[in-house]
Design a protein around this ligand. Structure first.
Ligand SMILES: Nc1nc2c(ncn2[C@@H]2O[C@H](COP(=O)(O)OP(=O)(O)OP(=O)(O)O)[C@@H](O)[C@H]2O)c(=O)[nH]1
Ligand SMILES: [Mg+2]
Length: 334
């Protein structure tokens, strides 16, 4: 996209008024705008030039603003420097990205006792022309994180109406999937991102570039495969990579789903590994009826054994996930 604003250069007569200001470039967050697809149709936006000043010291009217409507979750970047310019999350938010250029000064300003008939006026400021990149960052309530092949997409499929690709190989998911989980009167948006591997925070694998998609979630759902050789090692890899990526992710409340429990029930995987994990990872209990009971940031609020295949534990998982999505976010400092 490209924005262009121009300034009128007034050529007032001897009693010339000032030129009007150029219009502003404004982003406006509108609730019923859901995507950025309209920006694919129109890629260039112009705020209007200020209008010329006129004789008899009449000032020119201001140029019209250009207002670009975007959904909540829109981030605006300078396409050249990659600097983030706007982070638009609130419905109704109105952000002036560039102010219209100042109007020219009519020649009446240059009258003086020695210069009774000034034959010059000051030109208005030139407008700016910028290339911007506009990105919609998903605002899900909860984000799944897990190693590749852990079963994240399968859980999204059974918990929501989403139909993500599922495969018995790593990196089946290459772009994030979203699904809506209905839980009583609440709709909870879940984000499934590609699997993370050790070194992801330094660029290994696929997942880390998608962590920004879960950066705004209210909570994280770690998905661990009970068939993993060492559940603790899987946990350490995931939490280590998230910590290396950003402190903010570590401060999120989270739960663990120990998935593929059907493999334990069938005897293919020893139950002891699951019991040990639950024993070694105590959860913080929260009194949901007490509004002041806010657990500290980064609390583990549940460890639930589940199976997407048989449905074991999914009812409890839904309840715990709903609590996580609606949990108050504390402002403790750690
Ligand atoms: N036995 C069993 N297998 C499961 C279960 N959930 C998922 N699987 C299998 O595990 C494999 C991986 O599942 P996915 O849901 O694609 O895993 P993922 O975590 O999304 O994987 P990536 O997208 O590659 O990170 C598939 O073969 C699934 O059928 C389960 O509850 N029990
Ligand atoms: Mg997947």
């Amino acid at each position: 996209m490209s924005f262009r604003r121009e300034k009128y250069v007034p050529k007032g007569g001897p009693d010339g008024g000032d030129g009007g200001r150029g219009g502003d470039v404004v982003f406006f967050v509108r609730e019923n705008v859901k995507t950025l697809s309209h920006l694919k149709m129109q890629q260039r936006f112009f705020a209007q030039n200020g209008r010329p000043g006129a004789g008899r010291q009449k000032g020119g009217p201001r140029g019209d603003d250009v207002v670009i409507e975007v959904p909540p979750g829109t981030a605006v970047f300078d396409a050249e420097s990659d600097e983030q310019l706007l982070d638009l999350t609130e419905i109704g938010e109105r952000a002036v990205l560039y102010q219209g250029g100042r109007g020219g000064k009519g020649n009446t300003h240059f009258k003086s006792s020695r210069h009774q008939t000034p034959r010059f006026a000051q030109p208005g400021e030139d407008g700016v022309e910028k290339n911007l990149r506009v990105e919609l960052q998903i605002i899900a309530d909860l984000g799944f994180v897990g190693l590749p092949n852990a079963g994240k997409s399968t859980l999204l499929k059974v918990l929501t109406a989403a139909n993500p690709k599922i495969g018995n190989y790593p990196f089946t998911t290459v772009i994030p999937n979203l699904g809506v989980m209905h839980h009583y009167e609440h709709d909870i948006v879940l984000a499934d991102i590609p699997g993370l591997i050790a070194g992801a925070s330094n660029g290994a694998g696929l997942g880390i570039q998608f962590l920004k998609h879960i950066a705004r979630t209210r909570g994280l759902v770690y998905v661990l495969d009970v068939a993993d050789e060492d559940l603790d090692a899987s946990w350490d890899t995931l939490s280590g990579e998230l910590a290396a990526y950003s402190r903010e992710l570590v401060r999120k409340q989270h739960i663990v789903l120990l998935t593929k429990m059907d493999l334990v029930d069938s005897g293919d995987v020893p139950r002891a590994a699951v019991d040990d994990f639950i024993r070694d990872h105590p959860v913080v209990t929260v009194d949901h009826d007490d509004p002041d009971a806010v657990p500290p940031p980064g609390s583990l609020l549940g460890v639930i054994p589940v199976s997407a295949m048989t449905g074991t534990g999914l009812a409890e998982a839904r309840d715990v996930m709903a609590n996580l999505a609606n949990a108050p976010v504390g402002d403790h400092v750690i």
